[in-house]
Ligand binder design. Structure first.
Ligand code: C5P
Length: 229
């Protein structure tokens, strides 16, 4: 019997740092990376470009089933994304794209359509998957599940800095409101709500450096890899 390709699921709310940590862990292990939030963002973006309404579940599901997307990280841990074979940059990270993502993500047919696409990223030697429901729905058999959190203030501050570094100007207060709204929508929706898997390890990154959090996750990963992951 062939052993299933190992998966590390990293879930958590917006701004918890899971994207950064997932990329670094993937680079350190030499594994593949799935940024599932980017799939929802890409879908909202692709729909808007094609004039498809963000409430048109059937059209969105069809579009989702045919998304041609790939991810990689360069040695600096910077994320690279291609849609239809072309690189996608800043437009995916705007708060507008985030809102669009969270709107289409609440539609069951869309989540269903993206399931196969997400599972297709599971390829040897392993996958690091980052999102909201990696450990609960998409990869329930993941050998390591991490639920990364941070205080709401710290998450807003981090997001603010991230956007500023990319030349996107938005007020901290507006960002805090946006993050709280999105958290609420994500955790209160009826399909695949944001919550830790029962067997997830909860890691609060407030006040911790990226290196410290990355090393913590890598430590767990190596421990488990030595056993069974
Ligand atoms: O992680 P990111 O901020 O890119 O995610 C954007 C939005 O996509 C989230 O607010 C959430 O609504 C949705 N999402 C989801 N399930 C995932 C990943 C993202 O519902 N696995």
């Amino acid at each position: 019997m062939t052993k299933a390709t190992p998966v590390i699921a990293i879930d958590g709310p917006s701004g918890s740092g899971k994207g950064t940590i997932a990329r670094r862990v993937a680079v350190a292990l030499g594994w593949h990376l799935l940024d599932s939030g980017a799939l929802y963002r890409l879908l909202a973006l692709a729909a808007t470009r094609r004039g498809i309404g963000l409430d048109d579940a059937d059209a969105l599901a069809e579009l989702a089933a045919n998304l041609d997307v790939s991810f990689a990280a360069n040695d600096d841990g910077e994320e690279l994304i291609w849609l239809d074979g072309k690189p996608v940059r800043g437009e995916l990270r705007t708060e507008e794209a985030g809102r669009g993502a969270s709107t289409v993500a609440a539609l069951q047919p869309v989540r269903e359509a993206l399931l196969a696409l997400q599972r297709g990223f599971r390829k040897p030697p392993g996958l690091v998957a980052d999102g909201r429901d990696m450990g609960t729905h998409v990869f329930p058999d993941a050998g390591l599940k991490v639920y990364l959190t941070a205080s709401a203030e710290e998450r807003a501050r981090r997001r603010h800095k991230q956007l500023k570094d990319k030349g996107i100007d938005v007020s901290l207060a507006a960002l805090s409101r946006d993050i709280e709204d999105r958290d609420r929508r994500d955790s209160e929706r009826s399909v695949a709500p944001l919550r830790p898997a029962e067997d997830a390890r909860i890691l609060d990154s407030s006040g911790q450096s990226i290196e410290a959090v990355t090393n913590r996750v890598l430590g767990w990963a190596r421990e488990l890899l030595a056993e069974k992951l």
